[in-house]
Design a binder for this molecule. Structure first.
Ligand code: KG4
Ligand code: ZN
Length: 338
């Protein structure tokens, strides 16, 4: 079966073709970073309009790359939430309209489920059951995953998401948008430990996180005195140490608690090199295998949506698909199934 995947929940338009036998045939992403940069963050209305502009050319591009036509499609999976309402609606109407025209099913997919299953797209995929550390711009969650569709939320951030904390801290240090990769780059020039930041909730004994205090601690340091470039790099390095230490510690504690030996890491912050280093070391000490998505599939993309849709199709979800042309998006949508 050939599945088209459409992602448009935020500031990336992702389109991909996944074949249930041959695997990922083509995927392409248009990022709106340059467009939003001038505003220091995502402008929802601009994001929606840009998705409209990009979807058809991107669809043509993947069809050409995979030497397929629209008529070859068996289903269309699209991100139905969570995300920006207008941006989601663009992808949803495009996918539902095209599916109706082609008389094939349209499958609404949860964005986080896409991230969570994305490491399964790699050449040596993770096997169920596993613990998932989901670290994106909007979510920080630890899940226990026993099979596709069964996601137990073990804990999450009580305030800012990890990516949000990276972005806000980057802003405090005068770095541009998106802040995460910029902060990680600056941290490479810095020395952690010169400024001492807290490791929030590291000893809380549960799987909750809190990142807003960490950001406030950076703000306090920024306000104390004018910072030199070296100060900024040292603060960035310490922030990265603090955030990644908490994430890695809790992810491994979840593996130990459930006696699971596979850890899946997904979401944009999963691209962070220091987080990966820490996880790899801690996992080796605990005889845990860590599985990451391919680097290009860490941030938002259509491949993970096509793949998640395909898993539901294979599990027989197609009978639940609404073919009548009515649909809804869910800007807020919890993933946990129990
Ligand atoms: O998963 P994603 O692409 O979008 C959401 O669904 O939110 O994640 C985006 C987040 C942003 O906050 C971005 O700053 C962060 O992931 N991010 C990183 C890195 N690359 C992206 N944070 C830290 N280090 C990175 N290398
Ligand atoms: Zn995402």
């Amino acid at each position: 079966m050939l599945i088209l995947g459409i992602e448009s929940s935020c500031d990336e338009t992702g389109v991909a073709l996944y074949d249930t036998v041959r695997g990922l045939l083509a995927h392409t992403v248009h990022t709106q970073v340059a467009m939003h940069e001038a505003y220091g963050g995502v402008v929802p209305e601009l994001a929606s309009r840009d998705h409209i502009r990009r979807l058809i050319p991107l669809l043509e591009k993947v069809l050409q790359a995979a030497a397929c036509t629209r008529e070859d499609l068996d289903a269309i999976a699209y991100t139905a939430g969570p995300g920006l309402a207008g941006a989601l609606l663009v992808g949803a109407s495009f996918a539902e309209g095209l599916a109706l025209a082609l008389n094939i099913p349209a499958l609404p997919v949860h964005h986080l489920e896409g991230h969570l299953l994305s490491p399964l797209l790699s050449s040596d995929p993770a096997k169920f059951p596993f613990i998932a550390l989901l670290v994106s711009g909007g979510h920080t969650q630890i899940m226990c995953v026993t099979q596709v569709g069964t996601y137990e939320l073990m804990g999450e951030s009580l305030d800012d998401a990890a990516g949000e904390a990276f972005d806000k801290t980057a802003q405090l240090l005068g770095l541009g948008y998106p802040g995460g990769p910029a902060l990680a780059k600056l941290a490479e020039l810095g020395k952690p430990g010169r400024f001492r930041l807290p490791r929030p909730m590291i000893n809380s004994g549960d799987f909750s996180f809190s990142f807003s205090g960490l950001k406030t601690a950076v703000l306090t340091a920024v306000r104390q005195r004018p910072l030199t470039d070296q100060d900024k790099a040292d603060l960035a390095a310490e922030f990265q140490e603090a955030a990644t230490e908490v994430l890695a510690t809790k992810a491994l504690a979840a593996c130990r608690q459930r006696r699971l030996s596979t850890l899946v890491v997904a979401g944009g912050v999963g691209a962070n090199k220091r987080l990966r280093e820490r996880l790899n070391v801690a996992a080796a000490q605990n005889s845990v295998r860590v599985c990451y998505p391919e680097m290009e599939l860490c941030t938002d993309n259509g491949a993970m949506i096509a793949f998640a849709g395909a898993q539901h199709l294979l599990a027989g979800a197609v009978s639940n698909v609404n073919r009548a042309g009515s649909f809804a998006v869910k800007p807020r949508w919890p993933l946990a199934t129990r």
